[in-house]
Write a protein that binds this ligand. Structure first.
Ligand code: SF4
Length: 302
């Protein structure tokens, strides 16, 4: 094995970390690291860092001008040099930790308004989707989230649990948020365009979307995210007020009521593509590009 100096080791490891973190498709998802492993990798890289050199003591420099002394005579000794400022300690890399996007903030007024709306939705019969629902999948997350995800409709698991994105697609969306964006799921807000499950997982119809729109619009207004992410074309069309099946929505920034909006592929599409190709696909790659854009727009580098 090549005998690297501590500096070489550190450079190699830092390069290795950057490549894993930034260049590989879905980012740290490729690492499949648990929190403990990530911590150990961080500590290992830190241990390779050479000890910081002791700060150099300031040597007095001869003063350009002699120091005047009382009585008009000039002192032969130079004035003491100002103390040198120590360089700030290097920022320590702490490994792949899950960092909350924002600290959860208790906002009783927001909580009360959404709780009231949620109560209404649980008894809502404004469209035919109420007939077959088991539960209303209202929405969940931080009411002060910077990023809000909006999907199209609950599926079977969501209908059973009354929560958005908890099935297979939901687990992939959670991975995108937690392993790709490196923020906790509870730090974003997640909702659907319609709150009740369409029978047989069909797409929601335009009249159903229109009937349920009042809830989604209020959720977005109350949360006030910095960035909206439409998960799938149906959600994108609904938020942008476009006819369903409008194409070419992803890959560019759009706007919903002044909030930047990014349309990403639905996780169920990513899973179908992976099953077809038996590997990660181009759809994964462009989704990772979209997610990085979202992170930049929301105020953090992806
Ligand atoms: S989908 Fe929305 S509008 Fe339709 S019944 Fe459910 S809560 Fe009401």
């Amino acid at each position: 094995m090549t005998d690297h100096s501590p500096n070489d080791r550190l450079r190699l490891l830092d390069g290795f970390r950057r490549r894993l973190e930034l260049d590989n498709g879905m980012g740290v998802e490729y690492l499949s690291l648990g929190k403990e492993e990530a911590k150990r990798l961080g500590e290992w890289i830190e241990s390779a860092r050479p000890p910081a050199a002791p700060p150099k003591t300031a040597r007095p420099r001869p003063s350009a001008k002699p120091v005047p002394v009382p009585g008009g005579r000039r002192s032969a000794s130079p004035a003491p040099a100002p103390a040198m400022r120590r360089p700030a300690p290097a920022e320590k890399w702490t490994g792949f930790s899950l960092v909350p996007f924002v600290e959860p903030v208790d906002r009783p007024d927001r909580r009360a308004e959404l709780a009231e709306l949620e109560k209404q939705a649980h008894g809502c019969e404004d469209c035919r989707l109420c007939e077959k629902r088991t539960n209303v999948a209202w929405g969940e997350g931080d009411l002060a989230a910077k990023v809000m995800f909006v999907g199209e409709a609950p599926g079977r698991d969501e209908d059973e649990q009354g929560r958005p994105f908890v099935g297979k697609s939901g687990r992939l969306l959670t991975d995108i948020i937690e392993k790709g964006m490196r923020i906790e799921r509870r730090s974003v807000y997640i909702a659907n365009v319609v709150k009740c499950r369409p029978p047989g997982n069909r797409e929601p119809r335009e009249d159903e979307i229109a009937a349920c729109r009042k809830y989604l619009d209020r959720q977005i207004a109350v949360v006030g995210p910095k960035v909206l992410v439409a998960v799938g074309g149906v959600a994108g069309c609904a938020l942008l007020g476009l006819p369903q099946k409008s194409s070419g929505l992803r890959g560019n920034w759009r706007e919903y009521a002044g909030i930047p909006l990014r349309v990403i592929y639905h996780p169920s599409y990513l899973l179908r593509q992976r099953a077809y190709e038996n590997d990660r696909t181009e759809a994964d790659r462009v989704t990772w590009e979209d997610v990085k854009e979202v992170m930049r727009r929301a105020g953090r580098d992806g």
